[in-house]
Design a binder for this molecule. Structure first.
Ligand SMILES: Cc1cc2nc3c(=O)[nH]c(=O)nc-3n(C[C@H](O)[C@H](O)[C@H](O)COP(=O)(O)O)c2cc1C
Length: 342
């Protein structure tokens, strides 16, 4: 039944399919993963132990409306957002494209969301939280003042979030990615309140090695807990087969994996154990998860593979991860973290 629903959703316009998926999750109709997690999947994260290292990436539940349903699918933690100070409609449609041949997606949503006031209300109502929840913060397209907006939003969500993310890497808000530059990022992080949940900065895979290293240094010197590597890419890696590859926007899924993996390697080397790293970008299997853990990530996030495969993906990845740990003769996920960090 559920695989039929997933198959049907895949035939629909991608944005409509996403809206149906959110509705099904809200209504409790998307199913549940009732198998308790194997203790070998637990990882240290956000100052606690999280039952498994697999999170839903930002952008899936921008308005924090489907957290209960998502928690039921077996994610170890969730991220809601990106939310902006004021509600905004995002870019004109179509703005979401499935590159089926490439197991990829291009999106130029442009932070369509209902604004921080409604968002924080829902976050507060999601209590007690069955798994940790992070709040991913962005800025409006019009009238933004990052040094004012990020601190204000952070203060608003702090009581209700287990971690917060400063998103300076989405490609669909003009000027946003410029905030990843050393001086600007430092100025934004310096403006944030000191009393706060663990703070993460989310970076783009399109930064140069020097750019990634500089951003990592700024994160460390400003007391960030970690970095999320990476957001979508504005590049178009060679070999894409779908004609939709020409659409403007951020590319995610399988073709992003090599870029995101390399960015993780650069950041992990620079941080040398001083930051908690969360890997995102083209993760679709348990072997992918183990690979990113070995490169220095403490956890991962998934969007595109989940959009293609639906709820069964999460238990499948957990089974694959356990098998991959056995094959690598590793005791558990936690002891895999950073074993390939040179
Ligand atoms: C449709 C769509 C919307 C997204 N929206 C956001 C967003 O609002 N904020 C954000 O930080 N990342 C956003 N992302 C990026 C994802 O969180 C993730 O970093 C990226 O897609 C790479 O992971 P994946 O290859 O598993 O999809 C979005 C991605 C997609 C596909």
């Amino acid at each position: 039944m559920r695989s039929l629903a997933t198959a049907l959703l895949r035939q629909m316009d991608p944005e409509k399919a996403h809206a149906w998926a959110i509705l099904a999750l809200r209504a409790g109709l998307a199913g549940r993963d009732t198998t308790p997690d194997d203790p070998r999947l637990a990882v240290p994260l956000f100052g606690r132990t999280v039952k498994n290292p697999i999170g839903i990436a930002a952008g899936f539940d921008k308005n924090a409306v489907a957290l209960k349903g998502l928690a039921g699918l077996g994610f170890g933690y969730l991220e809601a957002g990106t939310v902006t100070p004021r509600p905004q409609p995002g870019n004109p449609r179509p703005r979401l494209f499935r590159l089926v041949e490439d197991r990829a997606v291009i999106n130029r949503m442009g932070f369509n969301n209902g604004g921080i006031a409604a968002y924080v209300h829902r976050l507060a109502a999601f209590a007690p939280r069955p798994v940790p929840v992070g709040a991913n913060l962005g800025i409006n397209k019009e009238g933004a003042d990052p040094e004012r907006d990020y601190p204000a939003m952070l203060a608003t969500v702090s009581p209700f979030a287990d971690y917060v993310v400063i998103n300076v890497s989405s490609p669909n808000t003009p000027g946003l990615r410029d905030l990843q530059g050393e001086a600007r990022l430092a100025s934004i992080l310096a403006a944030l309140p000191r009393e706060r949940p663990p703070l993460f900065v989310k970076l783009a895979p399109d930064l140069s090695q020097a750019g990634l290293e500089a951003a990592t240094d700024v994160a460390m010197s400003h007391g960030a807990a970690g970095i999320i590597v990476t957001n979508t890419t504005i590049s178009r890696p060679p070999g894409l087969r779908s004609p939709l590859a020409r659409e403007a926007g951020g590319l995610s899924g399988a073709p992003l994996a090599p870029l995101a993996r390399e960015a993780l390697r650069v950041v992990a080397r620079r941080a040398a154990g001083r930051l908690t790293l969360i890997a995102a970008g083209g993760i679709a299997t348990g072997a992918d998860v183990l690979d990113r853990l070995r490169l220095g990530a403490s956890a991962v996030q998934i969007y595109t593979a989940f959009a293609y495969a639906g709820p069964p993906l999460i238990p499948r990845i957990k089974r694959e991860l356990l098998a991959a740990l056995d094959a690598a003769k590793l005791a558990d996920a936690a002891s895999a973290i950073g074993t390939e960090l040179h």
